[in-house]
Design a protein around this ligand. Structure first.
Ligand SMILES: Nc1ncnc2c1ncn2[C@@H]1O[C@H](COP(=O)(O)OP(=O)(O)O)[C@@H](O)[C@H]1O
Ligand SMILES: [Mg+2]
Length: 267
């Protein structure tokens, strides 16, 4: 049987808990969703609703205290939960790239931006003619202002927006099929937020990547996503196409999130 229309990523019944002497905390409590190739899924929810733990579960990057206790994460039909670390390392970067909220924590302070992007290029071996040329290409792709000088800079010498562009270049070095961006603009100034969101949307459509955009901000989702999953207390409370969800939210919590949203150019 030929299976058609397999989603690029399918998450089924995922449950992830934290364990400590005090007991167990259910951070993600049985969520399911899928992401099609070339599409953007927004995951929205208030702080503590389980968004980051969902992303880390997919990436196999959970802290020691946390464990996936049930469910399935299928990347192109291949099970990632319980996959050996060697296979997860290959998947990270070359199949799934990730951008975190705080660019400083994902960049190494003692190496230049150029060196860190070059390392990612070498690691993923995408068949680039030369590492330097590929670094420059990536810096241009993320629309880094003055890319040559940025490449020679250390993270602390760049603005927050430029640092986030650098982490995006690293995430893109392996030409991933899926980019997971966890609150990529939350730590940035409002004007810079809009630029980074525009850039993410452009990169996604140019490269036909799929994207999961995690945010507590429904406005961000409205601007960029095709589909939305609304999370609350580790569960999915609502899911659907962005337009439909905004026009006819069915869940009480989604309605509250919408009510809390500033009316951007509406009415
Ligand atoms: N380091 C941790 N130790 C214990 N519990 C944690 C830890 N990180 C997250 N959690 C639990 O997981 C829940 C979801 O966290 P998280 O996924 O980071 O939320 P979000 O990204 O939606 O703000 C939290 O409400 C908390 O109960
Ligand atoms: Mg988070």
């Amino acid at each position: 049987m030929i299976e058609r229309d397999t989603a690029l990523l399918e998450v089924r019944g995922l449950k992830t808990s934290f364990f400590s002497d005090a007991g167990r905390t259910k951070a993600v409590d049985g969520i399911s969703f899928f992401v099609d190739r070339g599409r953007t899924l927004g995951i929205v929810g208030e702080s503590g609703s389980g968004k980051t733990v969902t992303a880390l579960s997919i990436m196999g990057l959970l802290p020691d205290a946390a464990r996936v206790i049930a469910g399935s994460v299928l990347l192109d039909g291949e099970e990632l939960i319980g996959a050996p670390e060697s296979r997860m390392r290959r998947a990270r970067g070359s199949r799934i790239g990730m951008v975190f909220q705080d660019p400083l924590s994902s960049l190494n302070p003692v190496y230049t931006i150029g060196a860190q992007i070059a390392e990612a290029v070498r690691l993923h071996d995408v068949g680039a003619a030369s590492v330097d040329a590929e670094v420059e290409l990536l810096l241009r792709q993320v629309e880094m202002p003055d890319p040559r000088s940025a490449a020679r800079s250390y993270p602390h010498q760049l603005s927050g927006g430029m640092r986030q562009r650098a982490t995006m270049a690293i995430a893109l070095a392996g030409r991933p099929e899926l980019l997971i961006a966890d609150e990529p603009t939350t730590a940035l100034d409002v004007t810079v937020q809009a630029q980074i969101l525009d850039l993410l949307a452009r990169l996604q459509s140019q490269s036909k990547m799929a994207m999961i955009l995690i945010t507590h901000d429904l406005g961000v989702v409205a601007a960029v996503a095709d589909y939305v999953v609304v999370m609350r207390q580790g569960r999915v409370v609502e899911t659907g196409a962005v337009d439909a969800l905004f026009a006819h939210p069915t869940d009480e919590y989604t309605k509250q999130l919408l009510d809390a949203m500033p009316r951007l150019g509406v009415g």
